[in-house]
Design a protein around this ligand. Structure first.
Ligand SMILES: *Cc1c(COP(=O)(O)O)cnc(C)c1O
Length: 424
């Protein structure tokens, strides 16, 4: 078995702290499936964590990267600029919510996008406090670990963490007794007013639908109330759309579902068909507050990643992946709903579009059951479906198929999931 040999080499060469969901090694991937070096195939409900929304090795992405790699691979935009970087920023400024003037900057990863959004918000407001939420995930660098809620595995023994980060309760309808969005926002903002003071807040940072934290969809009205408070307080409202962005939720950006217009948006994951790229896009006056040279990085907006981003965005338009995400959402939601109706271990099906999850509990209670979630997930892997778990308690199974998956492959994946639940 080629994977077994590779696993031996990996164990001897790769740091233990970097782990993988499956122990098989990929040979090729595309069209909603992944094939390992021994010829085993998985239906892909992970998309490399919501990255390959346009599919693996999407034709336009491959062609664009191939063409660019022959022309030049790197000059550093801060040294010798190039058109691709400008074109990506123009696209992001046009695509993101808000009809005001915008600016963008490009980086290499989601965490780096969040870091920069906070830098910009602090600089523009002259304030320091950042408000974040229970169950939030914003990355693994020092500042973004501080912004992230969950200890294991992200923060444990990695401190001390960056200061001036304040965590308040999230709207989590399943677990807050169905508190309305307005009431959940009031609960959070009362704490902000009392413990930080509105005039000290540089930014309110939130995922419109939480990703690693459990695909928590806040009650309607929660996000608009936070956004309105931030406007009133002179704080920057930052939507972290790194997981939700680029058609995933059945709209270009998840903020749009509640007509929320963020001041800044952080982007990465689905932006470039698998090449590493992140971005901050937002109001020109906030973005341009920073002095020349205050933002940047050696690789940020690498030309290959930019070429891939333009090709991905073109693919999303051409194939109308917003509509595909909605169609996938209906199929996923329908089948997961049937599964939940027949299985008391499933407390809730939630999500939007092609970003759906089920939360697993001990029947008749809200007690999280991470053991069952993990067992079902492992059983799926054994039977040929790649799924991921998430959630503060590790008891949520999440489904993120590429948006180009065909109905038959999607159906095949859902059948495996249903069999796995039977077997566990
Ligand atoms: C994945 C993720 C990040 C971090 O992105 P990296 O590219 O892994 O650094 C930040 N925020 C959200 C919402 C994410 O899903």
């Amino acid at each position: 078995m080629a994977s077994l040999d590779l696993h031996k080499r990996r164990t001897a060469a790769v740091a233990r702290g970097v782990s993988s969901v499956i122990s098989s090694y990929v040979d090729h991937a595309g069209g909603g499936t992944l094939t390992d070096v021994d010829g085993n195939e998985w239906v892909d409900f992970a998309s490399g964590i919501a990255v390959t929304s346009v599919g693996n090795s999407a034709p336009r992405v491959v062609a664009a990267v191939r063409e660019q790699v022959e022309r030049f691979t790197h000059t550093c935009f801060m040294v010798a600029p190039y058109e691709l970087y400008v074109s990506v920023c123009e696209s992001l400024n046009a695509l993101t919510p808000g009809d005001f003037e915008k600016r963008s900057m490009l980086v290499n990863s989601g965490a780096e996008a969040v870091e920069n959004a906070v830098k910009i918000a602090r600089h523009a407001t002259g304030r320091t406090a950042v408000v974040v939420f229970d169950h939030a995930y914003h990355g693994r660098t020092n500042l973004t670990m501080a912004l992230t809620a969950k200890n294991m595995p992200y923060k444990h023994r990695f401190g001390p963490f960056a200061g001036e980060v304040y965590r308040v309760p999230m709207s989590y309808p399943l677990r807050d007794g169905g508190l309305s969005g307005a009431d959940a926002a009031a609960r959070a903002l009362d704490l902000v007013n009392a413990q930080i003071g509105a005039t000290n807040v540089a930014a309110v940072l939130i995922e419109p639908i939480q990703g690693e934290g459990g695909f928590v969809v806040p009650a309607p009205g929660f996000l608009p109330a936070l956004s309105a408070w931030a406007r009133e307080a002179g704080a920057v409202f930052i939507a972290d759309e790194i997981q939700t962005g680029f058609c995933r939720t059945g709209d270009w950006f998840a903020s749009t579902h509640e007509r929320v217009v963020p001041d800044l948006i952080t982007l990465a994951k689905g932006i470039a068909g698998g090449l590493p790229l992140g971005a901050v896009t937002g109001r020109a006056d906030i973005m341009d507050a920073v002095h020349p040279g205050g933002l940047g990085g050696t690789y940020g907006g690498n030309p290959l990643a930019c070429a891939a981003a333009l090709a991905s965005i073109e693919t999303m338009r051409e194939l109308d992946l917003v509509t595909s995400a909605r169609r996938i959402g209906l199929m996923l939601g329908g089948r997961l709903g049937d599964l939940a109706a027949a299985d008391p271990r499933i407390a809730e099906v939630r999500g939007r579009g092609a970003m759906q999850a089920i939360e697993i509990v001990q029947p008749g209670t809200l007690t999280p059951d991470p053991a069952t979630a993990s067992a079902v997930s492992t059983e799926c892997h054994r039977r040929g479906l790649l799924t991921l778990t998430c959630g503060t308690y590790g008891n949520v199974l999440r489904f993120l198929p590429p948006l180009v998956i065909d109905d038959r492959t999607l159906e095949r994946g859902l059948n495996i999931l249903s069999d796995a639940f039977q077997a566990v």
